[in-house]
Write a protein that binds this ligand. Structure first.
Ligand code: PAF
Length: 303
């Protein structure tokens, strides 16, 4: 796709991002997205959506690659959704790297970037929200009240606008994956939710846009989270231990490694997120823990 150097950044849909060398269509208001998607549907093309909050990294690339491999057209949204940040959370300092993001999306051959501002997504008078229900209450939901209602609301809006056949979500946010799958089913949205495996650094740390805020010392400690979850999962899988023992062990391990606060460290049913109290049944080990100012989350299956 060629670049128009005279591109007007205010135009509803632009060929190129306005940055030399980049060639992805960028929409900042809904109408052109609607028109584009309508045409794709009319032409019988399959549409994949990758919802993101930007600050793209290898984990997002994996989502876009998965969509690109399966679908005729790929839409990626970049929107730091204020409704999923609570008071005192990191909305203001959440990394925003739009130019780099668009370069990555161009490399990954996404077709359309949906990059709205908050007032476009939530114009004056906006008042309808989606309640994420019981799946959104424990763990992340307990520590971030309203978080999953915010996620469910914005994802419902993204689905309504982009009308994807499939939407791609990372397993790193495992609870979110379940909430979104339930949302699609409950509201008959007709979107297949595709889970994509967590992408990790060589030392096991799950890729996250927030990792850039770790100090070198915290970055050295951070992989202990994944190692701890893996060790717990392995012991549960071979029946050598039970969830309560493992949670107690894991908590101590994280605290002694330097994590300051553990929001949760749990063994849960992989579909319902009900607590699992014995070994030898399907389960997922999930955790959120704080290192300095950075809150890390991760999870692994008990296989
Ligand atoms: O996982 C995220 O980045 C966000 O929660 C999502 C799904 C893009 C909704 O804002």
């Amino acid at each position: 796709m060629s670049i128009d150097p005279n591109l007007n950044p205010d135009s509803p849909i632009s060929v190129g991002s306005g940055i030399p060398g980049l060639g992805i269509e960028v929409a900042r208001v809904p109408e052109p997205v609607r028109r584009r998607v309508e045409a794709w549907h009319r032409d019988g093309l399959s549409v994949g959506l990758v919802p993101t909050m930007g600050a793209l990294h290898a984990g997002h690339r994996a989502l876009v690659k998965a969509a690109r491999a399966e679908m005729d057209r790929v839409v990626v949204s970049i929107f730091v959704n204020p409704r999923q940040f609570g008071a005192g959370e990191d909305l203001e300092i959440y990394p925003r790297t739009e130019n780099e993001d668009l370069a990555i999306l161009t490399e990954e051959r996404a077709d359309l970037a949906w990059v709205p501002s908050p007032d476009i997504v939530y114009p004056p008078g906006f008042q309808t929200t989606v309640n994420a229900g019981a799946l959104g209450l424990p763990m992340e939901g307990a520590h971030r009240p309203g978080f999953f209602d915010g996620v469910a609301t914005v994802v419902a809006k993204l689905f309504a606008l982009t009308r994807p056949h499939r939407a791609y979500f990372g397993e790193k946010d495992y609870q979110q994956l379940l909430v979104v799958a339930r949302l699609g089913e409950d509201l008959d949205l007709g979107v297949e939710i595709v889970p994509v495996r967590t992408v990790r650094e060589d030392d096991g740390l799950a890729m996250s846009s927030r990792n850039v805020r770790l100090t070198p010392e915290e970055r050295a400690t951070a992989p202990v989270l994944h190692r701890t979850l893996c060790r717990m999962a392995a012991r549960l899988a071979d029946g050598a231990s039970d969830p309560a023992t493992e949670i107690a062990w894991g908590t101590q391990r994280l605290l002694s490694a330097g994590f300051q606060a553990i929001d949760y460290l749990d063994v849960r049913d992989p579909r319902t997120l009900d607590p699992v109290t014995r070994a030898g049944v399907p389960a997922r080990v999930l955790a959120a823990a704080n290192l300095g100012s950075v809150r890390l989350i991760d999870n692994v299956p008990v296989e």
